[in-house]
Design a binder for this molecule. Structure first.
Ligand code: NAD
Ligand code: TYD
Length: 342
């Protein structure tokens, strides 16, 4: 199969490309990426070396630009398109929502329309549990849970889901939507909780925990997510939505304490800071539909997976250092100044 992946230089997209190339000897992967601050070609340096020009091709482009998208589809003639490309960080969406509207909503519409116009046979839209909103202490999100997004990020992702679903209902375009919980693993951009806290701890700097630290996320190893996406691509019913989760609900403070423990650092580094505005309290995924219809089950235990992930960041300090550029630090500083006023 020829698969065009958007956002393949990001965290999940790069893991997915590596996962498919390593598991299958014939699939060809085309990576269409704009290379925003979160897109890092170094995430695929090994892939480029082994498969570049053969089973792997990189194509610079913006999903919101119809000419770029059409040119790539016409040149590479994929059988399937998987849309990982997005602005993905909630704090950034609070800081400035416009890039989220442009890529997550306009970009998804442009991509859907171009793929429909050129008769692409399969389209997978990568979505998130955050479109369902926030849970109280009990219950889990199912695919029937009404969408109730609460951050600019999740509102933009929910909008994309509605557009994808409209293409199925209106045109019969075979879209599958996957909604996954919080991912962790190698190559995650260090603005997200786990690599961010790792980096703070390495530098013996404060670990800022938002609010009371009792917000809960359902953590899934990125490789389990990649397997779920592969199953949705190859076995999913057109028009269907599939939830994926890791069966690993943990509070933020538990995660932060565990990182410190693995690294042999003191909990004195923890600082409770002002809460994120509109901070969703709890996410938990019921993925029984994906288990039944696709044979999906997460294979990594969170504690083992987290220990391996911390080791990966320790072993790849050069990768981390090159990402943490001036522009990244500028955002973190601006954000911490601004959020005090929110
Ligand atoms: P990421 O921020 O690490 O990477 C995003 C990638 O998309 C980057 O390579 C970037 O250059 C590219 N990109 C951004 N705008 C683009 C555009 N206009 N055109 C082409 N490429 C563009 O994101 P991630 O964490 O890998 O998330 C990937 C997808 O999975 C997103 O759709 C996200 O909403 C979804 N998701 C993420 C998580 C998570 O925990 N990270 C959980 C559930 C769902
Ligand atoms: P994040 O990785 O930004 O993912 P999301 O907001 O999409 O779930 O954050 C995960 C959780 O960690 C979330 O509840 C916010 C919290 N958090 C902190 O407490 N401190 C931090 O510095 C960051 C980045 C996140």
């Amino acid at each position: 199969m020829r698969i065009l992946v958007t956002g393949g230089c990001g965290f999940i997209g790069s893991n997915f490309i590596r996962f498919v190339l390593e598991q299958n000897s014939s699939d060809v992967l085309i990576n269409f990426d704009k290379l925003t601050y979160a897109g890092n070609p170094a995430n695929l340096a090994d892939v480029e070396k082994i498969y570049g020009g053969g089973r792997y091709h990189f194509c610079l482009g913006d999903i919101a630009d119809r000419e770029h998208v059409l040119a790539a589809l016409e040149e590479y003639k994929p059988d399937a398109v998987i849309n990982f490309a997005a602005e993905s960080h909630v704090d950034r969406s609070i800081h400035d929502a416009m890039p989220f509207i442009n890529t997550n909503i306009v970009g998804t519409q442009v991509l859907l329309q171009a793929c429909f116009d050129l008769g692409i046979q399969r389209f997978v839209q990568i979505s998130t549990d955050e479109v369902y909103g926030s849970l109280g202490p009990e219950g889990k999100f199912t695919e029937q849970t009404p969408l109730d997004p609460r951050s600019p990020y999740s509102a933009s992702k929910a909008s994309a889901d509605f557009l994808a679903s409209a293409f199925w209902h209106t045109h019969g375009f075979p879209v599958v939507i996957t909604r996954c919980s919080n991912n962790y693993g190698p190559y995650q951009f260090p603005e997200k909780l786990i690599p961010f806290m790792f980096r703070q701890a390495v530098n013996n700097e404060a670990l800022p925990v938002y609010g009371d630290g009792l917000n809960v996320r359902d953590w899934i190893h990125v490789k389990d997510h990649c397997r779920g996406v592969w199953l949705a691509l190859t076995k999913g019913a057109p028009g269907a939505v599939y939830n994926f989760g890791g069966d690993a609900e943990r509070s933020n403070i538990e995660v932060v304490r565990r990182i410190l423990q693995i690294m042999g650092k003191s909990e004195d580094l923890i600082r409770y800071v002002k809460d994120r505005p509109g901070h969703d309290r709890r996410y938990a995924m019921d993925f029984s539909l994906a288990a039944r219809e696709l044979g999906f089950a997460p294979e990594h235990s969170f504690e083992q997976g987290l220990a391996e992930t911390v080791k990966w960041y320790q072993d790849n300090s050069e990768w981390l250092d090159t990402i943490v550029s001036g522009a990244y630090l500028e955002f973190i500083n601006q954000w911490y100044t601004k959020r005090e006023r929110l």
